[in-house]
Design a protein. Structure first.
Length: 106
């Protein structure tokens, strides 16, 4: 009984630490070959706080983008939801939908 409970706890803890920014099963197919996802976070005077687990590399890129970007839409304090696209191993922020306006996260 204890072993079963321990295995269940370990599997739940492992599942909770999965980055779901880019889901494996896309809701609608993308003909361009991009992986699409979105992320929601809060920007405050103390930094960014994410609503769920996000990979550290993506967190660093988003922090760099939000605090060094000159776009007026990303200034200020508040809650932001960004659409992200992964294309050829690079991650981009979608600025506009049609035609795609992409900003590279470095």
């Amino acid at each position: 009984m204890k072993l079963t409970a321990l295995l269940l706890f370990i599997s739940l803890a492992t599942y909770a630490q999965v980055d779901t920014t880019f889901p494996r099963n896309q809701e609608k197919p993308n003909l361009n070959g991009y992986e699409e996802g979105s992320i929601t976070f809060t920007k405050s005077l103390y930094g960014l706080s994410f609503d769920r687990y996000v990979d550290r590399e993506l967190q660093a890129k988003l922090k760099r983008f939000m605090f060094s970007n000159r776009h007026i839409a990303y200034r200020g304090i508040g809650t932001f939801t960004l659409k992200l696209v992964r294309k050829n191993g690079q991650i981009y922020v979608v600025e506009r939908e049609r035609p795609y306006g992409l900003i590279l996260l470095e």
